[in-house]
Design a protein around this ligand. Structure first.
Ligand SMILES: *Cc1c(COP(=O)(O)O)cnc(C)c1O
Length: 237
């Protein structure tokens, strides 16, 4: 075996894939129904390279400047990487996101959607977007309430340079599986309603390292995993 196959990141990825498969099997879902997004925020390009060598092509970034730099560093990669912006988005940074990323998970107001739509470069595929729902964390300012989803969805669906793909949530941290499941299930209900109106809606982005099994049991189609793949993040550097 070469050095790449021994990398910790490759082993971690393999374990995460196995956990996705076993969580899916428990609720009679196929593992292919769940896309693994590798959250590489704060991690160096070398870590992303290790993940790519282990077959991972979809990456999530939270910070605009850091994300834009990584997208540029891997520009032209074959096979192409898919970059998801998953962090809070301020209006004055929307252009960078719309010009660099393939997806944005954190649309939570009309103004941001309008800016991303206007700023998407001509000739690029539409930006694939998710509406962020503030499902449980009243402290957080990110995300809209479930009752606001249908209005914003209709507005986004009318925009030419955005494609509405579904919903995203970051529930408040909760250690008990049954409570994680209850919160995620509210998202699934809203997602199923949205799907009835918009045939292109196929993505429910929920589940992180600490709550992935419950998210998959509830119906997540995309889990965003950082720590279990790349190890703990160091914010002191
Ligand atoms: C950091 C982050 C993740 C990954 O979290 P882990 O617990 O490290 O798996 C997922 N989603 C969002 C929005 C994040 O900010």
């Amino acid at each position: 075996m070469n050095q790449r196959q021994h990398s910790a990141i490759a082993e971690n990825l393999q374990q995460v894939r196995e956990r996705i498969a076993s969580s899916a099997a428990l609720c009679a879902r196929a593992p292919e129904e769940v896309t693994l997004l590798a959250v590489s925020k704060t991690k160096p390009a070398s870590a992303i390279e290790e993940a790519i060598a282990a077959g991972q092509l979809a990456f999530g970034e939270n910070y605009v400047q850091e994300g834009v730099e990584k997208v540029a560093a891997f520009a032209g990669h074959q096979p192409p990487l898919v970059w998801h912006f998953i962090g809070p988005l301020q209006s004055n940074k929307s252009r960078l996101v719309s010009e660099s990323f393939d997806w944005c998970h954190t649309i939570d107001r009309l103004k941001i959607a309008q800016r991303l739509n206007e700023q998407r470069p001509a000739g690029r595929a539409p930006l694939q977007v998710l509406i962020q729902v503030n499902i449980s964390d009243e402290q957080s300012k990110s995300g809209i309430t479930l009752s606001e989803v249908s209005q914003l969805a209709a507005e986004i669906a009318a925009m030419q340079n955005l494609t509405l793909r579904g919903l995203m949530a970051i529930p408040a941290a909760e250690s008990e599986y049954s409570r994680q499941l209850a919160v995620f299930s509210q998202m699934t209900e809203a997602y199923n309603q949205l799907k009835q109106h918009y045939p292109q809606v196929d993505t429910l982005s929920m589940g992180m390292t600490d709550d992935m099994p419950a998210a998959i049991a509830a119906g997540s189609t995309m889990v965003r995993i950082g720590t279990a793949i790349f190890g703990a993040r160091d914010y002191s550097a």
